[in-house]
Design a protein around this ligand. Structure first.
Ligand code: AMP
Length: 276
């Protein structure tokens, strides 16, 4: 496994890899969710490239950029054992040198949900992913359903910019109690961690209600809200029942929907979603 930092190095190393090439972009502090993407890429591609970069432009001014967890040594050990071929760990100066002024903005699908709560977030995401696609020129890129809106934004960006990269979305990996794995879960105290299991429970209850015949978008959102309300430390930012491709909020009868939520528990912000 080769580990590189500079653009010249990554271009050169990429040139020596056999295609098809699979790219897995991450912010590091890897867990089984990230590794599931690497494994999927390993299955489908001849070569696997992983980026580790805590992208500053996708964090808001008051977000957790400075305290975002990092452990490069451990990440590299894990990637080595997953048989990744190339790991790119660029610096802020490499990705955003002095004078940097080019941004990728995906319009409508960036606006609701995470985009509404985190202004500028998807501008940062779309820009860095486009830059990774340019530098690595992968055939396929792997993203987690955990960040559902991100997959919609990235797909739109790649299509709109005529990128040949195929976007692959992999299922959300969860802890034994259902909590979606996230690098941010380490912020939770023991009690907060316990309360956090209500997130997936609330989503599964909505799915059960749907299976039992509930089709009304408002009532599905209410099922989620009622369950979250059983844990007073969980503060709801949004609960959405949206069309999965446009992310437009649904009203009335639904046949297919992305149910998603964002909450804070103490100082930690968590998101999760389920498809029905
Ligand atoms: P991050 O390091 O948080 O930027 O995540 C890097 C990639 O891993 C993104 O495509 C995420 O959607 C994906 N990912 C994060 N958590 C999970 C999870 N629990 N299950 C599956 N994929 C995940």
């Amino acid at each position: 496994m080769k580990v590189v930092v500079s653009l010249d190095e990554v271009r050169q190393a990429r040139g020596n890899l056999k295609g098809p090439i699979g790219l897995v972009p991450t912010m590091g502090y890897l867990h089984e969710g990230h590794l599931s993407l690497v494994r999927q890429a390993r299955k489908e591609c001849e070569s696997v490239v992983v980026t580790i970069f805590v992208n500053p432009t996708q964090f808001g001014a008051h977000e957790d950029l400075d305290k975002y967890p990092r452990d490069l040594e451990r990440d590299l050990r894990l990637l080595e054992s997953e048989d990744a071929d190339l790991v790119w760990t660029p610096t802020n100066e490499i990705m955003y040198p002095a004078g940097y002024q080019t941004w990728v903005m995906v319009e409508d699908v960036s606006k609701p949900l995470e985009g509404a709560m985190r202004p500028g977030h998807f501008r940062g995401v779309a820009t860095i992913v486009a830059k990774f696609f340019n530098a690595v020129q992968p055939d396929r890129a792997y993203f987690g359903q955990k960040d559902a809106q991100q997959t919609v934004v990235v797909r739109r960006m790649a299509g709109d910019l005529n990128s040949p990269v195929k976007i692959i979305v992999c299922p959300t990996i969860r802890e034994a109690d259902g909590l979606a794995m996230s690098s941010r879960n380490v912020y939770l105290s023991q009690e907060e961690r316990q309360s956090a299991e209500v997130l997936s429970q609330a989503l599964y209850q909505a799915k059960e209600a749907f299976k039992a015949g509930e089709r009304d978008a408002n009532r599905l959102r209410q099922v989620v809200l009622d369950k979250l309300a059983t844990e007073p430390v969980v503060k709801v930012q949004y609960i959405s029942c949206a069309q999965p491709d446009t992310l437009q909020e649904l009203e009335g009868q639904v046949e297919r929907a992305l149910i998603s939520l964002a909450v804070t528990i103490g100082k930690t912000r968590l998101i999760d979603n389920i498809m029905i």
